[in-house]
Design a protein around this ligand. Sequence first.
Ligand code: C2E
Ligand code: MG
Ligand code: MG
Length: 747
Amino acid sequence: YNSTHPMERKEQIINRYLICLAPAGLAAVGWSVYGFPVQKADIGLLILSVITVFFSSYLRIQLPRTKIHLTISDALIFLSFLRYGGEVAVMLAVLETAFTSLNFRRQGVTIRFKTVVINILIAAVSSFGTAMAVKLIFGSAETVLRSGDNSMYLWLLAAMAIPQFLINSVLVASFLAIKTGNTVWGVWNDYCLNAFVMFFSGAALAGVCQKSLDQINIFMFIGVVGIFAVVYLTYRRYTDDVRRTGAKAENAERARAEQAEEHVRELQHYVAELEKSGHALAESREKFRHAAYHDALTGLPNRNQFLEALKELLAKSRTGENRRFAVLFLDLNRFKMLNESLGHSVGDRMISDVGERLSQMVRGTDLVGRFSGDEFAILLTDLNNTAAVMNFAEKVAKQISEPFTLEGRQIFTSVSIGIAFGTSVYNHAEEILRDADIAMYYAKETQRDYVIFDREMHTRAVSLLELETDLRFAVDRNEFELFYQPIVDLDDLKLKGFEALIRWNHPTRGLVPPFEFISLAESTGIIIPMTIMILRQACRQMAAWQRMSDDNADLIVSVNLSAKHFKHPALIDEIRAILIDTGLRPTSLKLEITESAVMENAETAIEMLQKIKATGVTISIDDFGTGYSSLSYLHRFPIDTLKIDRSFVSTMEAGSENGEIVRTVIALARALKLNVIAEGIESIHQLHQLRNLGCEMGQGYLFSRPLPAGEIQKLLADTSRWRNILPPNEFGVIAKNAEYTQLRLPN
Ligand code: C2E
Ligand code: MG
Ligand code: MG
């Protein structure tokens, strides 16, 4: 045996099982054929046989969550037993099993022919055993039925179910044990419940059917069958549902499992990748570390490392471990210009040299870092007193102002230093740097070598920052208001127009004057939307005033244009659009551009001015005299008006230097055929002087302060309001009185 293959061994045992079973089965079949009750055969038997053999197996249900299958065939075979005797029951059991097995095969279920034979033999033997048991106990089923004894009847049903159950379960269990290699007991244990329920419920059903067929009537039988059918169908529906949801849940479960598997695979892949890159990272970690903490150009510690060191010191100073320390924030003056004029490679060399000089000046415990561009920082530790730091800052400033020799040239620079002391008021290293930076800004502003930070600077810086934030919202919230200051003809004191001047109605600060926020608006870029808004509003307002009366038809509005906006390429289109939108004639709008704005880059300014001129809008040079106008350019500028700066007018004395400047500007304007407007006329005396010099127009508090649009409305109604400033015989004489010198312009 040991040499044979286990499969072959199993086959041999199955064969032996078959050989043992076959005689009993054949005997049973023979007995049923021999004893078939031909005399009892009726239409009822035919119907019962057809249903049992051909249809009963279709009525098959599995109890959910169990292995128990119920079919109606066992009940029908029991019924045939009760009505027609054991021979018919054996016959039907054999035929039903054969048909069902073959049907399974036809449906594609793989059942070996040998198994089909064994199934048939088991059915035959177990039915035969039942028949024999009943015969032995009761003689025949018929006698029990006829007796009408109900308890006897119940015993009869039990006598059918028990042997059927025992013989069938033992034979099936043995066969399955051989097939699966498990013990007979184990298989039986598994299967017996199924068989038990199957046969006992079958016997019970058969018993009920027989009773109703016999004792009551055929309609009752149909009724019972109907009820069974309904119960069966309902139950079938229910089990199908349970199975379907079960299958669905199973599918979902499987999908989830697959997903999880996929996820795990991805994770593994990711981890592998990570490990790979982690390896590469480790190799260059040192390089990265160095790059992260050092400036590439000078090799000095960068902002990151500087901050780390500062943090460490700050922590130590909190525990009282460390003496005072200070941070010096350095910025080279005019480096940008130097970089642009001498080239970036020279600029880079310069930065390296500065770094070197600074490094040589500090002790080993100090730290020099380069942050960006021309920004350096020095960390001084173990300080005794403030004077030591000031001394050091002076020395640094002196060292940096020594000439650098680059590419054979001597180059000079200087530095602005901001100093902040490390004290326990600081929670973060960044704050110390920030304050040193603020102090540096003050040093630059006041042109000192170094400035030590104080609280007030911080307050001012914060307030500036707040103002900046507020300014960003001011345009959207429409917090700006235009004031208008009259411009007056100095000859007849008639109104010529207005200069529009912006005011900011700050929600908490009240009316903020322009000098506090214009440069902020310029540096933040807000100036552009702001000016567009101003232009639109001023034009709309002027158009409205012009429509009000014919007297106003020639009034002009002047709008100040920032140097930043003047460079903006979209400006021309915007001006055009605004003029069209508001319906103001181009000649009624004048743009004021400061002298310094146009002189900064004269060639491009000329181009831009020509484009503005092409729209029909006139141009005025504001604050004239304060910039460094090159006369050779001035005559090329396509401008209409010069505005003499207020500072000259206010200190104008006959024969004084400022008086001469005003005189010269007026003469220049005449020579260039430009209009002149004097700003800031506050007294009658100034008015007389300007008239004597031949100045045509003026504006100032003498006539009116800048006023909101509503006030201007009243002013427009009173056209002769300034006439009484002068006696009537003085009107219309400026041109005659004007005493000016003819200037010769350079070519
Ligand atoms: P600006 O264009 O030279 O304007 C004239 C300034 O002189 C105005 O100051 C005006 O109120 C003031 N002023 C006029 N007459 C007198 C006087 O008799 N005595 C004195 N002491 N001052 C007089 P404001 O309105 O404070 O504007 C200051 C500057 O702010 C303006 O100088 C201008 O450069 C700028 N600005 C004002 N509004 C705007 C604007 O809408 N856009 C732009 N870009 N800048 C503006
Ligand atoms: Mg102006
Ligand atoms: Mg001005």
